[in-house]
Design a protein around this ligand. Structure first.
Ligand code: PBG
Length: 325
C-alpha cells in the first residue's frame, strides 16, 4: 500500500475544491512614492514600473488604481529639503501630509497607510536623531510620535512606524490617544531586519545612510530568537498589526508567529520586486507565474496582508482575465 496523493489533483475542479489558500485584492497594499515638485512622473531606475509622482500627477494614478480595484496605499515621501532633525517629516505642509490630503480629496475610500520614519528626511539618512555616530533611541521617540500625529491630522487611516526604535509603538499610541485619535490603528514594522533587500528602495527614496549602516536598530538575520521579543513588546505596547520585513527570506519567522491574535503583514520589499522584474525583462522567467507563486507562499506561511509593488500588476492581470484570484 502507498499513499495516492494524486487522487485529489486529478482535474481542475477538484484542485479548485481542495485548495485552501486564497488571495484577494482586499489584502494587498500598494506602496507609492510622492515627491515635492511639479509635473513629475519619474520611473525609478532600479524598480521598473514604479514611479515617483509629484502631487499634481497623483490624481491620474489614483484613478487608475481605484479602477483596478486597489484598496489600500502605503505612502512614502521624498522632500526637497533634508536636515539633521528631519523636520519635513512632521511639517504640517510636508509632502506626505499634503499627499494624504490629495488622496482623501479625490478618493476618500482608499485606506491610507503612512510609513513613519525619518530616513527620507534626515540629511544623514539615519532613521532618527543622532547622538555622535549612533541614533538616540529615546530622543527619536519624541520625533517619531510627532510624525505619526501629523500624518493622522492630515487624514491618514493607519500609521506604520518603520524606524525600529524601542518603545515607538507606546510613544505613538500615547501621542495619538492624547490628541483624541484613539481609533487610529498602528501597523508596527515589528520584525524588520537589516537587509540588502532594501537597496532599490533607498534609490527610490534617496534614503541611504550617509555613513555606517542600520545595524544598531534593525535586526540581525543571524538570530533566530529575538523576533519573539520584538513581537511581544509591540503587542504589549498596543500594536494593531504585526509586520515582517523583508518577506521571502523570512517566511520561517512568519510561520513561527502565525498563531498571534493580530493580523500579520508581510512587506514584499523592493529587491524582491526588482529581481523578478529583471528576470522577466530578460525573458528568463514567467513573471505572472513567479509573482503569484510568491504571493501564495506568503499566505501559506500565515501572512494575512501583503505590501507589494506587484499589486498594480496583479490587479491588472485580474482585470484582463489573465489570472483568476
Ligand atoms: C524606512 C523604510 C525602508 C523601507 C520601508 N521603510 C528602508 C530602510 O529601512 O532602509 C524599505 C522598503 C523596500 O525596500 O521596499 N523608511
Amino acid at each position: 500500500m502507498f499513499t495516492r496523493t494524486r487522487r485529489l489533483r486529478g482535474n481542475k475542479r477538484l484542485r479548485e475544491m481542495v485548495k485552501n489558500v486564497t488571495i484577494n485584492l482586499d489584502e494587498l497594499i500598494y506602496p507609492i512614492f510622492i515627491e515635492e515638485g511639479e509635473n513629475i512622473k519619474e520611473e525609478i531606475k532600479s524598480m521598473p514600473g514604479q514611479y515617483r509622482f509629484s502631487l499634481d500627477k497623483l490624481p491620474d494614478e489614483l484613478k487608475e488604481l481605484n479602477e483596478l480595484g486597489i484598496k489600500s496605499l502605503l505612502i512614502f515621501g521624498i522632500p526637497k529639503i533634508k536636515d539633521e532633525k528631519g523636520s519635513q517629516a512632521y511639517a504640517e505642509n510636508g509632502i506626505v501630509q499634503q499627499g494624504i490630503k490629495v488622496i482623501k480629496k479625490y478618493f476618500p475610500d482608499f485606506i491610507v497607510v503612512t510609513d513613519v520614519c525619518m530616513c527620507e528626511y534626515t540629511s544623514h539618512g539615519h532613521c532618527g536623531i543622532l547622538c555622535g555616530k549612533d541614533v538616540d533611541n529615546d530622543k527619536t521617540l519624541e520625533y517619531i510620535s510627532e510624525i505619526a500625529l501629523s500624518h493622522v491630522k492630515a487624514g491618514a487611516d493607519i500609521v506604520a512606524p518603520s524606524d525600529m526604535m524601542d518603545g515607538r509603538v507606546l510613544a505613538i499610541r500615547n501621542k495619538l490617544d492624547a490628541n483624541g485619535f484613539v481609533n487610529i490603528p498602528i501597523m508596527a514594522y515589528s520584525i524588520k531586519y537589516a537587509s540588502s533587500f532594501y537597496g532599490p528602495f533607498r534609490d527610490a527614496a534617496d534614503s541611504a545612510p550617509s555613513f555606517g549602516d542600520r545595524r544598531t536598530y534593525q535586526m540581525d538575520f543571524r538570530n533566530s530568537k529575538d523576533f519573539y521579543r520584538e513581537v511581544e513588546a509591540d503587542i504589549e505596547e498596543g500594536a494593531d498589526f504585526i509586520m515582517v520585513k523583508p518577506a521571502l527570506a523570512y517566511l520561517d519567522v512568519v510561520k513561527s508567529i502565525s498563531d498571534i491574535h493580530l493580523p500579520i503583514v508581510a512587506y514584499n520589499v523592493s529587491a524582491e520586486y526588482s529581481m523578478v522584474k529583471a528576470g522577466a525583462m530578460n525573458g528568463w522567467i514567467n513573471e505572472k507565474g513567479i509573482v503569484m507563486e510568491t504571493m501564495y507562499g506568503m499566505k501559506r506561511a500565515g501572512v494575512d496582508i501583503i505590501i507589494t509593488y506587484h499589486a498594480k500588476d496583479i490587479a491588472t492581470w485580474v482585470k484582463n482575465n489573465e489570472i483568476l484570484l
